[in-house]
Ligand binder design. Sequence first.
Ligand code: F6R
Length: 369
Amino acid sequence: DKGGWSSFMAKEISEEPEAVANTIRGRVKDGQVVIPELDGLDELFSGITRVIIIACGTAAYAGQVGKYAIEQWARVPVDVELAHEFRYRDPVIGDDTLIVSISQSGETMDTLMAVKYARERGAKTLSICNTQGATIPRESDAIVYTHAGPEVAVASTKAFVAQITALYLLGLHVGRVRGSLGATEAAQHVLELESIPDKIRQILEDEQGHIEQLAHWMADTRSVLFLGRHVGYPIAMEGALKLKELAYIHAEGFAAGELKHGPIALIEPGQPVFVIVPSPRGSAVLHPKVVSTIEEIRARGARVIAIAEAGDAAVLPYADEVLRIPLAGPLFEPLLAVVPLHIYAMGLSTAKGLDVDQPRNLAKSVTVE
Ligand code: F6R
């Protein structure tokens, strides 16, 4: 039941605040992360020498965001691998490897096969999943459910923010267990995470109309590029994937620093480019670098749509449009910056008269290899 919304996707984007809040609920005690499902695993978390996150599509982009946080907090190397690539080479894994799978449906065949493969080779497996009792969690040693609620639209939206939330809870927990993260710092990050649902609500209230209007103006666009750095990089790729699958246009996400190594050749007058701008306070080193990237592409005629923190005036001289997100710590910005991109992809698909919930050639859960 769409509950009065024009599509399931519109409803599910509106539920992104609750998806984050419900995934946190019951997992914070006295300001610290407590995950009852992971009781008894302290020895495992202390002993691992690496983490490999395995997923496909949007879930893999959530994993790439999670990598930055888990490495920073838990001081353990994290690789993110597409399940179908991992499974068909000869990966170096053993009992000191923790495999973290991420899947909304819990039924994605590629991810399931990769988890089974890793388990047979002695790795411990932890599943982040949105569907109670699905096959992948049943095949895993430990489960952390995301509580985004059922997701009906084929394109994943609220599950994505819930996956990042679960990875952050995991990173904070493992960081505390390994002793790499102090209680005070962990408590600050928990507070920050708990403030995210209201900040997403604010984006929906302040920017949704503006973004849908922008998408409407851009209904004839043939190609859109997305740039980001650090945790903004996987968000750029998520923005591009959503546009491909929903609006059927060419879209690509790049690491902003990679631009001068090739992709800048694509910039011609009128090319729309979304740029995810890191916070000027939180990312004092990267912020000016991204602003100078914007300056460079603007000089070559790009039409720049900046996603920037409220109050960041440095982008104003170069951006054609600015979509504002509330202030958040650097690692937490992806949970905000992705919201305008989800709205934009839905808006462009709607402006083209397409079915946002059922894009062509796609299924909600991919149960074949
Ligand atoms: C994109 C999308 C897909 C899924 C991918 C994994 O919007 O929905 O890329 O993220 O097929 O699906 P799950 O999470 O069910 O394993």
